[in-house]
Design a binder for this molecule. Structure first.
Ligand SMILES: NC(=O)c1ccc[n+]([C@@H]2O[C@H](COP(=O)([O-])OP(=O)(O)OC[C@H]3O[C@@H](n4cnc5c(N)ncnc54)[C@H](OP(=O)(O)O)[C@@H]3O)[C@@H](O)[C@H]2O)c1
Length: 326
């Protein structure tokens, strides 16, 4: 099968399309003919050698797929030819991928392969952190950083559907406009404005109940300042770095804050399956009706994976970057 490969870690230039044997599904897995996959920041780190795949995961890049079932276990609720989408622990940038049966979701009827590939990783990460771990409730206030990212655009929509008031940060006027269009009430250019000051000003000094943070160390102090008493800080990424020489832990005690970190990729499979089922029952009818939408910035053919990686590294995308596999 065709797959995106690399022989040594490094810049996007190391990526090329080559031939490797198709994977063999285990007893509880579907074999899927992949038609589209999508980029994730983790792919860039893995390509640089900074994020090795977990044990037993495919060494091929790619954390999500959309495609048709070509082989299913006898008792699986999916038949040959059905259109599915899923998070995988690796192997998405290829013509065939193995998907644990419980992780597969049916592709909404009217959706293209590209739309389907834009859903799994971004929406499951957002759903996990906002609702399952973050406990976001209707009427609460949430601050979403890097809000025009793949995960951010999913999170804004999910928080809106939950009836939360949304604060969003992003780095350009176009990104801020998209955040407002998707449901953010207050959109802040973090490069020009201090988000903690704006949050406190807009909430009569109270702060927000939940923060979804992908930036890490540079946001640490301002995040604690922006949280309300009893607030929750969800650490999902470290785009700005994970180490800070200035660390004041005091607000965690004085404001009774909770700080949580997760990675979807390393979550045990039974928990990931339960998450996938909960998300599917919340979201599928909303995708069908158009209330929730996968946000796609650009589509590249598989052969241009290096170009797609360079594009993500340039921080220009609003929503997901897709690789078309056929
Ligand atoms: N823990 C998990 O399970 C999990 C799962 C999926 C993704 N993630 C993480 O979620 C984050 C978003 O992923 P994605 O694929 O959705 O990203 P993406 O679409 O590539 O968007 C990332 C955006 O973040 C902003 N950014 C980059 N560096 C920044 C910095 N130093 N400070 C502030 N903003 C910065 C940029 O937008 P601006 O122009 O607005 O700065 C950039 O376009 C990543 O950190 C990723 O690793 C975590």
């Amino acid at each position: 099968m065709r797959a995106v490969l690399y022989d040594s870690v490094g810049s996007p230039d190391v990526l090329y399309v080559g031939d490797v044997p198709a994977p063999q599904p285990a007893d509880d897995e579907l074999l899927v003919r992949v038609h589209a996959t999508a980029l994730n920041r983790a792919d860039l780190l893995q390509r640089r050698g900074a994020y090795p795949p977990p044990p037993n995961a495919s060494p091929i890049l790619g954390l999500e797929v959309a495609g048709e079932v070509v082989h299913a276990p006898n008792d699986a609720p999916f038949a040959r030819g059905e259109r599915v989408m899923a998070v995988v622990t690796g192997g998405g940038y290829a013509e065939y991928a193995c998907v644990p049966v419980g992780m597969a979701m049916r592709v909404p009827e009217s959706f293209t392969w590209e739309q389907a590939a834009a859903i799994p990783e971004a929406f499951l990460t957002a759903y996990l952190n906002l609702f399952v771990l973050g406990g976001l409730q209707a009427g609460e206030r949430v601050l979403i950083h890097a809000a025009a990212s793949g995960v951010g655009t999913a999170a804004i929509q999910l928080a809106r559907e939950a009836g939360a008031q949304i604060f969003a940060t992003a780095g350009t006027p176009e990104k801020l406009a998209k955040c407002r269009e998707l449901g953010a009430t207050i959109a802040i250019n973090y490069k020009q404005e201090d988000f903690a000051t704006i949050v406190r000003g807009a909430t009569n000094g109270r702060g927000v109940d939940l923060i979804l943070d992908f930036v890490g160390a540079p946001n640490w102090s301002a995040n604690l300042e922006a949280l309300a008493v009893g607030g929750r800080l969800m650490l999902v990424g470290f785009l700005g770095g994970s180490k800070s020489p200035v660390l004041d832990l005091a607000p965690i005690l004085t404001k009774s804050l909770r700080v949580t970190g997760t990675t979807l990729r390393r979550m045990p499979l039974p928990q990931k399956i339960a998450l996938t089922r909960a998300f599917a029952s919340f979201a599928m009818s909303r995708f069908q009706s158009g209330t929730l939408q996968p946000i796609i910035d650009r589509v590249f053919p598989l052969e241009q994976a290096a170009e797609a990686h360079r594009y993500m590294e340039s921080n220009q995308n609003i929503g997901k970057i897709i690789l078309r596999v056929d």
